[in-house]
Design a protein around this ligand. Structure first.
Ligand code: SF4
Length: 224
């Protein structure tokens, strides 16, 4: 596989893969256009900077030093991750997948073949705001992925980025109820929008406040 689907490799993180020392592999391209996305260079890149072989060379030298590999992006599952993950697993690394959940079939294949050990699933918004926030109309794909992960008891977490002009506590309360209604009882991670020099919709610091006291206790919420 000589196409350069890998935009970048962060050689070391102890924050992105719970309990593991890992590297992050940033795969180019995405099937969403989230308004607050600050990885637009990765999202819009037609070509990355590294091939899979470059990654294997890198990982070969990290055997015994790193525990895991985080596949992030962009949206990793727009690529055929099966050969990549088979090879990474053969080298002895655990794999965490960061995903927006739209590509249900790829995620099913990865989980059923035992190729991913942990998944961070982004829940962008409820159906009514999903298209506005993400530029995608495929809310049902997200729900299918969620339902699948719950049904096979996969190791995964759900997380949401909050920009208070896009999502308010009543949205998050609805999202918690939605998660619960599909059998998710795990921790719900909330992360606040980080203002950067550029993001897809040039969003600035929110003008609205986000009143955390308005959050219901449907799920255990942890802020990151
Ligand atoms: S924030 Fe949205 S647009 Fe950006 S990489 Fe993630 S899913 Fe894609």
């Amino acid at each position: 596989m000589n196409d350069k689907k890998i935009f970048d490799i962060t050689p070391f993180t102890h924050l992105d893969y719970p309990g593991k020392l890992a590297c992050i592999v940033w795969l180019r391209g995405c099937n969403m256009r989230c308004m607050y996305c600050y990885n637009s260079d990765i999202v819009f890149a037609k070509e990355g900077n590294y091939t899979e072989e470059d990654l294997y060379d890198f990982l070969q030298k990290r055997i015994g030093l790193l525990d895991g590999v985080v596949l992030s992006g962009g949206e990793p599952t727009i690529h055929d991750l099966l050969p990549l993950c088979r090879r990474i697993k053969k080298m002895g690394f655990a794999i965490k997948l960061d995903t927006n959940g739209l590509h249900t079939e790829m995620i099913q294949n990865l989980v059923e073949e035992g190729l991913v050990d942990y998944i961070a699933l982004d829940f962008k918004a409820m159906n009514g705001k999903f298209g506005y926030v993400t530029g995608s109309s495929k809310y049902q794909n997200f729900i299918q992925t969620l339902t699948f992960l719950v049904s096979v008891q996969a190791e995964f977490e759900v997380r949401t980025t909050i920009h208070a002009d896009l999502l308010q506590p009543e949205d998050i309360n609805m999202m918690m109820r939605e998660l619960k209604s599909h059998g998710y009882n795990g921790t719900y991670y909330l992360q606040t929008f980080i203002e950067t020099r550029n993001n897809i919709a040039n969003m600035e610091k929110p003008k609205s406040d986000f009143d955390t006291d308005m959050l219901e206790d449907t799920l255990t919420v942890v802020w990151r």
